[in-house]
Design a protein around this ligand. Structure first.
Ligand code: ADP
Ligand code: DP6
Ligand code: CO
Length: 328
């Protein structure tokens, strides 16, 4: 049995995906644009084994059960269907990113699983095919097939809802300073949160229209290496996404007082002429879009505002890599 290992990096959306038009095919309501990060990634090894009576799934040396296990086996069923594979699989995964904390572990996880499982099942998928497959595991994973800036076109069916690279190699200074406010699993997962916001927020349709309208504007900002324009668009888009949660019925919230301290700090630093902009996913942790040259002044301000806070520097990361392992 040949086993395959894939390494996929997380990505943070600059224009977000927050809601599904189709929950089975995982078609989003918005086109999203992201930056893949070198700092956070998942390694996943897969091999199929005729001796198994069920899939064996391990995450960080612990047996996966419950909802997390079900997501993986349902995903493996898709791979088995595509490949005519009838055996169950071993899936051994390691997250080099906090799991379920709003730092996009599902993006790196399902991109890595798509890569390793498809190869272990004998499939040789193109990057676009891999992106479509990864999307079925977690929408944000569609973008983690690619390095650098990527765009997931919302599309209208399985074939057209796919990510593509915008700029894979980034030769100008941009980073996401990641402020770790809480690395523990969130109470409301991304899937449930976006579904509830879509179903109940009176502002949801407005969020969709505004987000989709920003796609060409963000593309131009990226092409121009314009960190201020990228940051302004990303911060506004993130706050509008979080506003759909704040206006859901009942309302809910991923951001804490500390998150707001960091968001407000970014505003204050901008008044001093520093290019720093906040973006937040479904969790309290804040990523600060900034230039590497400003790291010291930003981290000093953070340390003063929140003593002892942990900051991890994330620069643009690479596309998925798949390696063949030894025979088992
Ligand atoms: P995040 O902000 O981390 O992406 P989500 O709520 O989107 O949070 O997804 C978290 C879920 O993704 C976990 O509860 C688990 O079901 C799944 N997940 C995360 N890492 C892995 C992994 N390495 N292998 C399989 N599933 C994973
Ligand atoms: C706020 O891709 O984690 O990070 O497709 O249900 O697995 P599922 O959700 P997921 O949602 C990501 C939401 C987000 C924004 C983004 O990454 O675009
Ligand atoms: Co996720």
């Amino acid at each position: 049995m040949t086993h395959f290992t894939a390494r996929a990096h997380t990505n943070i959306a600059l224009l977000k995906y927050w809601g599904k038009a189709d929950t089975t095919l995982m078609l989003p309501t918005t086109t999203s644009i992201s930056l893949t990060l070198d700092e956070f990634y998942t390694d996943t090894t897969v091999w199929f084994d005729a001796a198994l009576v069920a899939d064996d799934v391990m995450l960080d040396d612990e047996v996966m059960t419950g909802k997390g296990y079900d997501k993986v086996t349902r995903f493996l069923d898709l791979v088995r269907d595509m490949a005519g594979e009838t055996r169950y699989a071993h899936v051994h995964s390691a997250n080099h990113v906090p799991t379920a904390a709003g730092l996009a572990s599902s993006a790196s996880a399902f991109a890595a699983l798509a890569g390793a499982a498809s190869r272990a099942a004998g499939l040789a998928l193109s990057p676009a095919e891999l992106s479509r497959l990864a999307r079925r595991g977690s929408g944000s994973a569609s973008r983690s097939i690619f390095g650098g800036f990527a765009q997931w076109d919302r599309g209208h069916d399985d074939l057209t809802s796919v990510a593509k690279p915008l700029v894979e190699t980034i030769d100008w200074p941009i980073q996401l300073l990641t402020v770790i406010i809480n690395d523990q699993p969130k109470k409301i997962d991304s899937r449930g949160g976006m579904q509830h916001a879509k179903a109940t927020s009176p502002f949801y349709d407005d969020w969709v229209n505004r987000s989709n309208a920003l796609v060409p504007v963000m593309q131009t900002a990226i092409a121009n290496h314009d960190i201020d324009q990228i940051g302004q668009l990303a911060e506004a888009n993130a706050l509008q996404m979080h506003a759909t949660n704040a206006t859901a019925q009942p309302a809910f919230n991923y951001l804490t007082d500390s998150s707001w301290q960091v968001i407000n700090l970014a505003t204050r630093l901008r008044e001093q002429g520093i290019s720093v902009y906040a973006t937040m996913d479904a969790g309290p942790n804040v990523k600060l879009i900034s230039r590497p040259a400003d790291t010291e002044v930003i981290t000093a301000a953070l340390a003063e505002a929140i003593p002892g806070v942990v900051v991890r520097t994330a620069t643009p990361g690479p596309s998925i890599k798949i390696v063949e392992g030894d025979q088992i």
